[in-house]
Write a protein of this length. Sequence first.
Length: 365
Amino acid sequence: LYKGIAEAALTRSNRLQVSHVNSYRKAAVESLFKAYSLDPTCPHVLYHLALRLASVGEIRKSVRFARKVTDNPGVAQMADVAHLLALLFSAQHKPEEALKITELYLMEYPDHLNLLITRVLLERLVEGPSKALVTCKEILIPLIERLAGSTHDDLTCLPYSDQWTSGKFQLTQWSDRVSTHTTASFSGSTMGTLPAESISESIDSAVGCDQSNWGYQAEVWYTIAEVFLSDGMLPDAQKCVDEVRQLFPLSHLVSYMNGRIREAEGHLEEAEQQYVNSVTLSPRHVASLIALGRLQIDMEKPLLAEHYLTEATKAQPDEYEAWHYLGVLHQGQGAHQQATECFLTALRFESTAPIRPYSVLQWKI
């Protein structure tokens, strides 16, 4: 009963403006605590209680409840619990421990795409982009080939992310040509060469695959693009984004990543247009709003900068980067008190920010 109340509260919160969301999230946490008091050993309740606590910044309490689940072997959602622990350790600025957890549980769940992506991002942070690219080559690229030839029923172990397949984007059919530009993107000494024949076969076999399958592939290409971009390998990053664009040509995330690449190349006006495209497609995409605000500061457009950054804080009040750049903006304008308040807010949120948002985890009760 209390789990049902919690789910109803969370469903309601997803339909509200940000200003009303926290009250419903707190109601969900309270209901889960009541469920916990009735059955303190239920792993289902423990996991979701840990997840909700993490979402409201109660990191230590969340770790305690997540640990209670891992102490009970045989739990069906153990990979998700391990993933939550990894994110919690990253929020506590313990990326080495987070990485160890992902590596440990990937031995048991080697095809858990969501956990694999987190591992790659943690490797980039702990060991550098070169090590992360090795994992991309050895694990993620072969996984793309498998995904292209799989059905949704084959992918039950891969948590589904609806950011690609929420019905907002038009999809293109897979091409039957050999993806030569994909082969070229990994022809360097870091990544090795992919066989064009296997890529072509994967593409041919994927015609008619369902949207969630394409979403998984988009997640993988997007992650690899992130790693390339962090290592300054802009042409390779662009080719990965082009792969995503073939799957979801109207995704705001494609425009956002194109903007980041243009910005890294020093083409600020082109980057600005790409970020504007992203916000047009998804007006509440926080990363694009922040990128636009940051760019307007560099381009000496303070009014636009404040507009975009303020919109970002309204869409996601705990996004520390938005507060940080608001502080930078106010400091440049000589408003030192406002700048200090923004910097302090940024520090407070940054101190508990995970390497990936908790929304990437399974949330359905």
